[in-house]
Design a binder for this molecule. Sequence first.
Ligand SMILES: [Zn+2]
Length: 196
Amino acid sequence: MILPIVAYGDPVLRKVGDNIDKDYPKLEELVANMWETMYNSNGVGLAAPQIGLPIRLFLVDTTPFADDEDLTEEEQNALKGFRKVFINAQIEEETGTEWAFNEGCLSIPDVREDVSRKDTITISYMDENFKAYKETYDGLLARVIQHEYDHIEGILFIDKLSTLKKRLLKGRLANISKGKIKVEYRMRFPNMKKAR
Ligand SMILES: [Zn+2]
């Protein structure tokens, strides 16, 4: 089932997510619905707060990035078929040089900005079967995970922009929260006026 994606301005996007355990109600169904919702909106990642749940769960499928011809074959292969569920994730370490990448977010349609982040992360997490992992990623893989991880910490990519950029975006962000935007997928807008 495709779930509505929560738009910028909803307080759920600002909550630090809670850990969950195996007994979380209908977890399998939730994960399936989140995959369906993400693919329907052509995203490469989706975090639970974006569908209204303040829990530490996000998913990533970087396959669409593998077509980028600027990447080496090795990088393309790493991105292709990288499809993972991250539960109760904790970034243990971020290292390497900061680099800029043009990011967007399903909760903030039509806004794309260059964001600087460190190149390499080490993250511990559990998969959908609650098997534990500790892994290191770099490049675009790390980038997508960092963006989604921020969501479960209540952080959005626009928080990382300069004061000037933020000021320039203010009007557009207000419009997004009111639903004054054309978007191809289902969304839920916090400040939309109800029709009488
Ligand atoms: Zn996002």
